[in-house]
Structures are given as structure tokens and as C-alpha cells.
Design a protein around this ligand. Structure first.
Ligand code: NAD
Length: 480
């Protein structure tokens, strides 16, 4: 059986791909197992050399890949290029830093075990399954794929059914630089194929997608105690303090909320603005949002079923007394950039992930109120704070995995920073040292260098050893 990937602007067929069955998924995972030893034995240097070559191909052929991304998601070519550039940078970082983060290191062995040398090393998990979304079909899954590969694991990747062509492009180019073994394989299909990957006995599933699917994946993975990493949705807030650079904050709110037609997990959906600067900020946001050109600067809504959800959130906000200062309409798959004000906090536009080019802008009397409202959500992914004096203090109070101070979404472009959330936004981290460790198992070793004066781990231990140890431990820890 096959399925078609469509261009969301024209509805033209972009490609036809197999719907892989559970047996085919199992076979791909079995092939990956045969490659696991070889890939692990290449070591950090050997893997870095291959990943660097792949990164070179991605860079040189970025325009080709951007064409596939644009065709399948409808996003502008320049936006597709941006996500590819970021993915390249992350791949380079993962390859370069894996030895430092995961390599064997000494740890202090302590007084009781002074005769031992203690070490820890992060070894590959085995085979990693990656299940991806469509909204950033290169950048998002590569946050798992590149880091899992750098940590020494073969990867079996199930891209979204909306972007299988992007997955195919990635797998084919990888195979061109690693032709020897099936280190990075593609499987395509719908949720059932993803569920088969969860059941296939892989050593970890890295999932990026909606919280609802994340729960299903966790339940399926529970059957085999397969560990999961869940990168789910968000409802990110941007806070504007009374001393903020309003021009910059408005620009960030509009780009953070409306770029990629709002289909960004760490997109800004809510803005809380100090009452002292609210009117000025709103007028700047309105001007900037009006200037965004749908069809040129933003594309359509990629997933047809999302259009009704976005329009539903807008309608709900308006029916509860909210006002659309910009937009509120649109036809077919295009939703106009929309700025909503006076929206009650219990509205779906404030509570649920809209995943469209909309912003709610809400006046607050203090930054305490801004923090309370921003944190009043099931999600906890990213956020932004604009303040000249209090940026770091406000950022720390946000229940979010990542916060940009005086900019927006910058954390996603810094490979050394971990990326992920809490609550309905999931758990675990991609990117950075934390992202490398997600795909490795720590192994602790002790190496006895000489016989200890006090041998504790033997039945031949005399009574006086216990007495001495008791005295020693009292001396060390029992004085206060
Ligand atoms: P989705 O949950 O519909 O699908 C994601 C993937 O899961 C797809 O590949 C799909 O085929 C697969 N899938 C569906 N049902 C499955 C099942 N039962 N078992 C296994 N796999 C299954 O999400 P989407 O619409 O593709 O992506 C949009 C969502 O992703 C938004 O909520 C967005 O916020 C989130 N997202 C999060 C991040 C992040 O890093 N936190 C990044 C990008 C997108």
C-alpha cells in the first residue's frame, strides 16, 4: 500500500511513498541492529568524519532540500533554508562535542573506596527510533537524529505523513556518505507505522509531535518498557515589561507568532504587556502584523484539519468579547495574520495550542500578573521576556524549558543549549550535552588498583574492620 504527499498550496501530488507494515518496520530495526556494532566501533572520530561529510552535502544541496520542504509544507523557500541552516549547525555541534560529553571520564572515588579508580562513560543505547512532525521537517527531527547518530546509535526514522519526501531526501543523502551499512533508515506511513516502531524493540523512541500522540506513544512504549523522549506542543508567552525596547518586542512578537504561519512548537501565541506601555506596544504590533504578506512571507496551514481548530479559537475569542485588531479571517488553507485583544484567559485561544498565525495580546498591571498568567497553562515549552532591567529575574520565574531575553526563539539556534519542556510539552531534551546524553547509557566502572586496608566487600571481613569503618564514618559525617 502507498500514500501520496500533497503540496498544501496546490494540492498537487509531490510524491508517493509506501505505508510500511509492522513486519517491514521490524525488518528495518533488525537491519539497524546489524549496523549497530559497526557504527559504534567507528568511534567518535569515525562517526564525526561521516557526519561532517553529511553536513557538507546538506549545506551544498540545501536549496534542493528546501524545495522539497516548501513543496510538502507550503512554507516559503527562505524559511525552509533557515531551518536547514540551523540543522546543519546542530549536526556539526553534535559530531564535534560527542567525545567531550560522552567520552570516558574519571570521577573521584572517595575515602572509603580510595583504592579504586572510578570512571563513567556514555555508551550507545543500540537502535533509536525517531518519530517526527511536519512543521519543521528538517530541523526538528534532526535534533534527535544527528545527536543519536553522534552518540553511536543507528536510527530508524518515521517522518510525518505530510513530509515523507523530506525524510527520504535525508535518508538518501546519508546513505551516500555511509553506504556500507544501514545506519540511518527511513520508514513511512501513518500513526500505525509509528506505533509499530514503538513496538519494534528499539532502545529508545524520540518523538516530536502533539501531546495527544505523545500519550499514545508512551502507552505503546510502556508495553515493552521502551524509554521515550517527548517533545510536544507549547503555548509560549512573550512578556513585555514597562522598560522594554517596544520596537524590538513588537517585532519579536509578530515574527515569533506569525512566521511559518504560526506552526512552530516554540511560536509565541500569547503576549502579556505591562499597562504602562500597552497602547504603544499594541499599535506597533498592529502595524507590523498588517505588513506581513500571506502567500509570500507565510504559507498556508500545512495540515488541513488544523484550519478548523485555528478558526475555532478565533471565533471562540470573538464570541467571548475579544476583538481582532488585525485579521480574523482568511480563506481556504490560508489564515490571515491575526492579532486578538481583550480575550478572556479561559478562551481556547489562550489555553490551547492554536498552531496558527495568531497572537493574543493582554494588558497586565504588573509583571507578577504577567508571570502568573503566562504560567497558567498545561504547557511549559519556551517563552520570551523583554525587559531592560529585569530580564533574567523574570525568565527564571517562567515555567518553561527555554526562555529568550530581549529576543525570540534564539535558544533554538544555539546547539549547546538543551531544548525541551515540561508538563504537556513533554520531557527529556534534544540539543546540547543533555541531548547527546539522551541517546546514551551511562556506564560506571571501578578499577581496583591495590588491596584496600579495609576490605568491605568480603565475607572474610573481620569484626575490627566494621568497628574501624564505623569510627571513620562517624568522623567524616557524624560530627554535626
Ligand atoms: P502529530 O502528533 O499529529 O504527529 C507526529 C508524528 O507522530 C507523525 O509522524 C505521526 O505519523 C506520528 N503518529 C501519529 N499517531 C501515532 C501513534 N499512535 N503512534 C506512533 N506515532 C504516531 O503531530 P504533528 O501534527 O505532526 O506536529 C505538530 C505538533 O508537534 C504540535 O503540537 C507542535 O507543537 C509539536 N512540535 C513540537 C516540537 C518540540 O520540539 N517540542 C517541535 C515541533 C513540533
Amino acid at each position: 500500500m502507498t500514500f501520496e504527499s500533497l503540496n498544501p498550496v496546490t494540492d498537487e501530488v509531490v510524491g508517493t511513498h509506501p505505508v510500511h507494515t509492522a513486519q517491514q518496520v521490524d525488518a528495518a530495526v533488525a537491519r539497524a541492529r546489524t549496523a549497530a556494532g559497526w557504527w559504534a566501533d567507528l568511534g567518535f572520530a569515525g562517526r564525526a568524519e561521516r557526519l561532517t561529510r553529511w553536513k557538507g552535502v546538506l549545506t551544498r544541496r540545501a536549496a534542493d532540500l528546501a524545495e522539497v520542504v516548501s513543496a510538502e509544507t507550503g512554507k516559503p523557500h527562505a524559511d525552509a533554508m533557515l531551518e536547514i541552516i540551523l540543522a546543519v549547525d546542530h549536526t556539526a555541534w553534535a559530531a564535534r562535542n560527542a567525545p567531550k560529553v560522552l567520552g570516558r571520564k574519571r570521577r573521584p572515588s572517595g575515602l572509603l573506596m580510595a583504592n579504586q579508580t572510578a570512571r563513567v562513560e556514555y555508551l550507545p543505547l543500540g537502535v533509536v527510533g525517531v518519530i517526527g512532525p511536519w512543521n519543521y521537517p528538517v530541523f526538528t527531527p534532526m535534533g534527535s537524529i544527528a545527536y543519536a547518530l553522534a552518540a553511536g546509535n543507528p536510527v530508524v526514522f518515521k517522518p510525518s505523513e505530510y513530509t515523507p519526501g523530506v525524510g527520504q531526501w535525508l535518508a538518501e543523502t546519508f546513505a551516500s556518505v555511509v553506504p556500507e551499512h544501514p545506519v540511518f533508515q527511513l520508514i513511512t506511513g501513518f500513526g500505525e507505522t509509528g506505533a509499530a516502531l514503538c513496538r519494534s524493540g528499539v532502545d529508545k523512541i524520540a518523538f516530536t509531535g502533539s501531546p495527544g500522540t505523545g500519550k499514545k506513544i508512551m502507552a505503546t512504549c510502556a508495553e515493552t518498557l521502551t524509554p521515550v523522549l517527548i517533545e510536544a506542543g507549547g503555548k509560549d508567552a512573550l512578556l513585555v515589561d514597562s522598560d522594554a525596547d517596544l520596537e524590538a518586542a513588537a517585532d519579536a512578537a509578530v515574527w515569533g507568532g506569525i512566521s511559518n504561519a504560526g506552526q512552530t512548537c516554540v511560536g509565541i501565541e500569547r503576549v502579556y504587556v505591562h499597562s504602562a506601555v500597552y497602547d504603544k506596544f499594541v499599535s506597533l504590533v498592529v502595524d507590523k502584523a498588517r505588513a506581513v504578506e500571506p502567500g509570500k512571507q507565510i504559507g498556508p496551514i500545512t495540515m488541513p484539519s488544523q484550519v478548523a481548530i485555528i478558526r475555532g479559537h478565533i471565533a471562540d475569542a470573538l464570541s467571548r468579547g475579544g476583538r481582532a485588531l488585525v485579521g480574523g479571517n482568511g480563506s481556504g488553507r490560508f489564515v490571515e495574520p491575526t492579532v486578538l485583544v481583550d480575550v478572556p484567559e479561559e478562551s481556547s485561544a489562550v489555553q490551547e495550542e492554536t498552531f496558527g498565525p495568531t497572537l493574543t495580546v493582554t494588558k497586565v498591571a504588573s509583571m507578577d500578573e504577567a508571570i502568573t498568567k503566562a504560567n497558567n497553562t498545561r504547557y511549559g515549552l519556551g517563552g520570551a521576556v523583554f525587559s531592560r532591567a529585569n530580564g533574567p529575574a523574570l525568565a527564571r520565574r517562567l515555567r518553561a524549558g527555554m526562555v529568550s531575553i530581549n529576543s525570540v526563539i534564539s535558544f533554538a539556534g544555539i546547539p549547546s543549549l538543551p531544548f525541551g519542556g515540561t508538563g504537556d510539552s513533554g520531557f527529556g531534551r534534544i540539543h546540547g550535552p543533555e541531548g547527546l546524553r539522551e541517546f546514551a547509557r551511562p556506564q560506571a566502572t571501578t578499577h581496583q588498583r591495590f588491596r584496600a586496608p579495609l576490605t568491605l566487600t568480603s565475607f572474610t571481613r573481620p569484626e575490627k574492620t566494621d568497628t574501624r569503618v564505623a569510627k571513620l564514618i562517624t568522623l567524616l559525617h557524624g560530627r554535626r
